[in-house]
Write a protein that binds this ligand. Structure first.
Ligand code: SF4
Length: 619
């Protein structure tokens, strides 16, 4: 996670803004406390990863500064903020904290609580150190001066280049310390939560439960849908436990394990009434009625509420048939021009800018894949791009390669979700602000020709390109629903569900034609059979790919992925990019990661082709 979101680099950079400190290296609690206590004897001191304790409470403080008889606590986060935003952490009216900031503020408030108890009478000030997304870096290659390395015990840390100088950091600050004492005071004084506990009550509950190894009674919430404690049948056989069964069993009387692990109201796609249903203890899909959805037909295609009810209704009626609006989809297809182009991007964000003049967390587009389908049905993996060269800003080359790849004809271009459109909008803005690009005008024209402008990204005149990409996700939402997807519209779920139901795909891809002589041309596969059966079911094609990393459990990588259709499980690709940029690794390891990235991205666009083929040949 830290690699993917730049946490390591930001954490290390923060120390340069509060320099001259002593690092407490040891992970041992007692030793860390001892070393911190010795340093705190001084009147003026800065300590990195200071250890403090009170009773059975223990914290490690990112940066602790003792000065003028007071303690300052700095919690460093790789989260961005805009300094022009007023009341950054507060909801409108300042009556409550924003939910997305709450975990960070609670973290600091806890550290302040422990520090205040441990050092009574000493004023403790608290700061969140955040990344200023508007700051412009005035150093070249800052990013590459913070490399990730492993120590002898395998712990990851940052190795700062000897070439990093004070001159590199004297320009506009990329990180700012924001005082959060007011927010801490708010958290301490907050009314009791749903357990009837205030801040101190929660601290007591958690610490006593931890000390006595006592289970804390869970609260069912929307978060349980993405519970991270997932156990496969193999895991269960080894004695591991399933989070949802462990938690829900004690709360839901009469529920079987299968019911607990099966679809519930938490799975209803994009449904905003989940909290209310949980509160009313209506968790079974059979507890929901049509009246729970304010159904508003607004053709063509399904509206959100119609689709939500369709999902519930199919479950209630044990109807596993696919919903397919043939007429609606054919009307859409009649507008498409051959050859059809299916594209997918992999992107990342670099916490520290690669080049002078760039902002923190600017978007990096490092990979695309492109499949083409001709009018006669011929499928080919037409093109791809991958640039993970260390220290290079790939975006303009990426657009040049994409332009070359798509400019041979005027065929319709497809994306899955809005990511490709959003990202090209970002690169459009980057280009506009950059006077060093010779072919800037052509690149801007090309981007405008295949995108729609996004008002939150583009401040200039709006546009809609004459070849603006068609979003297949929107087509899925309107015209296609497979109960096997359990309400998820991510292509990772839609593809296996479609393969399971499409006779056309089953017949075509059950043969080793992909990447075969005389078969479907592929840039990364040879003689691949995509439809493979196990117990009569088609295996998920993604499960046929090799893992991206030899040294990371694929399940851990999945936790980085977001269920969100927008992100489309991009966690593995983002992590791979970060590792290729910042980790010291040999050419073999690098090669293996790149080969895996190419295969995954190729399958992403092949999945879109398969979806198109299934629709075009639906019987
Ligand atoms: S099921 Fe998972 S997410 Fe829900 S309370 Fe239990 S551990 Fe947390």
């Amino acid at each position: 996670m830290a690699l993917a979101d730049g946490g390591y680099q930001v954490g290390e950079l923060a120390k340069y803004y509060l320099p001259g400190g002593t690092q407490i290296e040891t992970p041992d609690y007692e030793q860390a406390l001892k070393e911190t206590s010795v340093l705190l004897q001084k009147d003026e001191v800065v300590i990195y990863e200071a250890a403090l304790s009170f009773g059975n409470l223990f914290v490690r403080v990112d940066i602790l500064k003792k000065s003028g008889g007071r303690i300052e606590i700095y919690e460093v986060k790789s989260k961005t903020f805009d300094p022009s935003e007023k009341s950054l952490f507060w909801k409108k009216g300042n009556a409550d904290l924003l939910a997305n900031w709450r975990p960070y503020l609670e973290d600091v408030a806890f550290q302040k609580h422990v520090a205040t108890c441990a050092m009574p009478g000493v004023p403790v000030l608290t700061y969140l150190m955040l990344v200023d997304k508007t700051a412009i870096c005035d150093t070249d290659g800052l990013n590459q001066k913070f490399m990730v390395k492993k120590d002898a015990s395998g712990r990851k840390g940052i190795q700062v280049s000897a070439s990093l100088s004070f001159a590199d950091l004297k320009g506009p600050k990329l990180l700012h310390a924001i005082n959060v004492d007011g927010e801490c005071a708010f958290l301490y004084s907050e009314a009791a939560d749903e357990r009837g506990l205030d801040f101190e009550g929660r601290v007591k509950l958690f610490s006593e439960s931890y000390e006595n190894d006592k289970k804390i009674m869970p609260l069912i919430s929307k978060a349980c849908r993405g519970c991270e404690f997932v156990a496969t049948p193999e895991d269960l056989a080894q004695g591991l436990k399933n989070g949802r069964v462990e938690c829900w069993k004690s709360l839901l009387k009469g529920w079987s394990d299968d019911e607990i692990m099966g679809p519930t109201v938490l799975d209803i796609w994009n449904y905003r009434g989940k909290d209310k249903l949980i509160e009313e203890q209506r968790l079974r899909l059979t507890d929901v009625t049509k009246d729970d959805f304010k159904i508003k037909p607004d053709g063509p295609g399904l509206t959100q509420s119609e689709r939500q009810w369709l999902q519930v209704e199919k479950f209630q009626k044990h109807d596993s048939d696919v919903y397919f609006d043939h007429e609606g989809l054919m009307a859409e297809m009649s507008k498409w021009r051959f050859p059809l182009h299916f594209i997918d991007f992999e992107t990342s964000m670099a916490a520290l800018p690669f080049h002078k003049g760039r902002h923190p967390y600017e978007g990096i587009a490092f990979q695309f894949s492109h499949h083409q389908v001709s009018e006669n049905g011929k499928v080919e993996h037409k093109d791809e791009y991958l640039n993970t060269n260390q220290g290079e800003f790939p975006n303009y080359d990426f657009v040049r390669a994409l332009k070359k790849s798509l400019s041979a004809d005027e065929g319709t271009i497809f994306r899955y979700a809005s990511h490709e459109n959003t990202f090209l909008n970002h690169i459009h803005s980057q280009l506009l602000a950059d006077s060093s690009v010779g072919d800037k005008a052509e690149l801007l024209d090309f981007i405008q020709s295949i995108t729609k402008s996004k008002s939150d990204v583009v401040k200039e005149k709006a546009w809609e390109g004459k070849r603006a990409m068609v979003d297949m996700l929107e087509l899925v939402k309107k015209y296609f629903y497979a109960p096997d997807t359990n309400g998820s519209n991510s292509i990772k779920y839609v593809l296996p569900a479609t393969l399971q139901r499409s006779e056309f795909l089953k017949n075509k891809y059950a043969k080793a034609i992909y990447g075969a002589a005389g078969g479907i041309p592929s840039l990364n596969f040879k003689d691949m059979t995509w439809v493979q059966l196990k117990d009569g079911r088609v295996l998920d094609p993604y499960s046929l790919l090799p893992p991206v990393f030899a040294d990371i459990d694929p399940k851990a990588i999945n936790l980085l992925s977001n269920e969100d259709d927008e992100l489309k499980e991009g966690g593995a690709a983002m992590t791979a990019y970060a590792r290729l940029q910042f980790e010291q690794m040999g050419p073999e390891e690098k090669g293996a990661i790149k080969r895996a990235l190419l295969k995954y991205c190729e399958l992403d666009t092949l999945a879109m082709v398969m979806l198109y083929e299934a629709w075009a040949n639906w019987a």
